[in-house]
Design a protein around this ligand. Structure first.
Ligand code: PEP
Ligand code: MG
Length: 327
C-alpha cells in the first residue's frame, strides 16, 4: 500500500484538543485479527462469529468456537479488547445451516440472531461456554446482537449465568467479570436505551440494521436504496437517544456499522459523544486522520447543527462541507 494514511499507524487517534478516541476493527474470520493491528486499530470492536458457518453444513462444535476465539484473543494480546458477538444467523445470514429455520415470509423480521439463539439453547450455550473458556486468553468482551426488548437481554444474561455456574462446577477457568454489551440495531432497543443501559457494560450501535429497521428499507434492496441513509434525521434522533442514555448510565457507546467507517460521519459521531468506533481495518487510517483534525467543540457544533436538519440530503451536504473545512 504505502501512502500518507499508512504513516498514521503508530500515532494515536487523538483530537486536536487532546480527546482520545478508540479505533477498533471489525472482523469475520480469525485470520483477519492481525490486519487490525497492521492498520493501527487498537483491538477488535466486532467479531462476527456467524462466519464460523462458512462452508459448513452443521453447527460449529464447542471446540471450533473455542479455537477461533482463543486464536483472536491470543493474536491481540492481553491489553487489546476483543468484542465477540454471539451468532447473528437467520435472515440473510447462513440461515440454511441451523435446522431450526423454516421458510419465513419476512426473514429480516423473523427468527434471526438472539431470537434464534434463545430458541435453540444448545446452540447458544455451546457458544457462550466457548467464549467464557476462551476469555482467559485476553481482553474478551461479549456482545448480543439484534436485541429488541429488555426481556431478551435478561434471558441472554441468565443463560450466561447458568453457563458460568456449569463451568465453575467443572472447575474450568473463565473470566468471571467478562464485560457484557448489547448491540443497538433495532429501533425498539434505541427507544428503551435508558432501560438497556442499566443491564450492560457497553452499547454498540449497529447502523446497518438500525438504518434498515428505522426506515423499513431492506439494506440489500436497490429499489429502496434511496431511503436507506444513515444521515436520515430519524436515525440521528435514535442515535442521540442512545448516546444520551449511555452517558446517563456512564457506559461506553461504540458504533460498528458501515457508518463508522466513513470519515464523513466522524465529526457527527464524536459530537454526539461517541469515543469509540469500530470499522473494517482498511478504513482505520482515514478515520484516524479525520479525528486528528477535529476538535470536540467543532464536532459538538456539527452534531447540534445536523440534529436540527429535516432531511438526509441536507445533513449529508452539510457534513461534506464541514469535512472539507476540517481536512
Ligand atoms: C450492523 O447491523 O450495523 C452490524 C454491525 O451488524 P451486521 O452488519 O453484522 O448485521
Ligand atoms: Mg446487524
Amino acid at each position: 500500500a504505502g501512502g500518507q494514511a499508512d504513516n498514521l499507524r503508530d500515532v494515536a487517534p487523538v483530537t486536536r484538543c487532546g480527546t482520545r478516541v478508540l479505533l477498533l476493527g471489525n472482523i469475520e474470520f480469525p485470520h483477519e485479527a492481525p490486519h487490525c493491528l497492521d492498520r493501527g486499530a487498537e483491538g477488535v470492536g466486532l467479531y462476527r462469529t456467524e462466519f464460523l458457518y462458512v462452508n459448513k453444513t452443521a453447527d460449529p462444535t464447542e471446540a471450533e468456537h473455542y479455537e477461533a476465539y482463543k486464536s483472536v484473543l491470543t493474536a491481540l494480546g492481553p491489553d487489546r479488547p476483543v468484542v465477540i458477538r454471539t451468532l447473528d444467523i437467520g435472515a440473510d445470514k447462513f440461515s440454511a445451516v441451523s435446522g431450526l429455520l423454516s421458510a419465513e415470509k419476512n426473514p429480516f423480521l423473523g427468527l434471526r440472531s438472539v431470537r434464534l439463539c434463545l430458541k435453540n439453547l444448545v446452540l447458544f450455550k455451546t457458544q457462550l461456554r466457548a467464549i467464557l473458556r476462551a476469555s482467559v486468553y485476553g481482553d474478551a468482551r461479549l456482545m448480543f446482537p439484534m436485541v429488541s426488548t429488555v426481556m431478551e437481554l435478561r434471558q441472554c444474561k441468565s443463560l450466561l449465568a447458568e453457563v458460568k455456574e456449569d463451568l465453575e462446577e467443572a472447575r474450568i477457568p473463565f473470566k468471571p467479570d467478562l464485560p457484557i454489551g448489547t448491540m443497538i440495531e433495532v429501533p425498539s432497543a434505541a427507544l428503551i436505551a435508558d432501560v438497556l443501559a442499566r443491564e450492560v457494560d457497553f452499547f454498540s450501535i449497529g447502523t446497518n440494521d438500525l438504518v434498515q429497521y428505522t426506515l423499513a428499507a431492506d439494506r440489500n434492496n436497490e429499489n429502496v436504496a434511496g431511503l436507506y441513509n444513515p444521515a436520515d434525521p430519524a436515525v440521528l434522533r435514535l442515535m442521540k437517544m442512545v448516546c444520551d442514555a449511555a452517558a446517563t448510565e456512564n457506559i461506553t457507546v461504540n458504533v460498528c456499522g458501515e457508518m463508522s467507517g466513513e470519515p464523513l460521519y466522524v465529526p457527527l459521531l464524536i459530537g454526539l459523544g461517541i469515543r469509540q468506533l469500530s470499522a473494517t481495518p482498511r478504513k482505520i487510517p482515514e478515520l484516524k486522520r479525520t479525528i486528528r483534525n477535529l476538535t470536540v467543540a467543532d464536532a459538538e457544533r456539527i452534531a447540534r447543527e445536523s440534529m436540527r436538519m429535516e432531511t438526509a440530503r441536507e445533513v449529508t451536504t452539510y457534513l461534506r462541507e464541514q469535512l472539507r473545512r476540517i481536512l
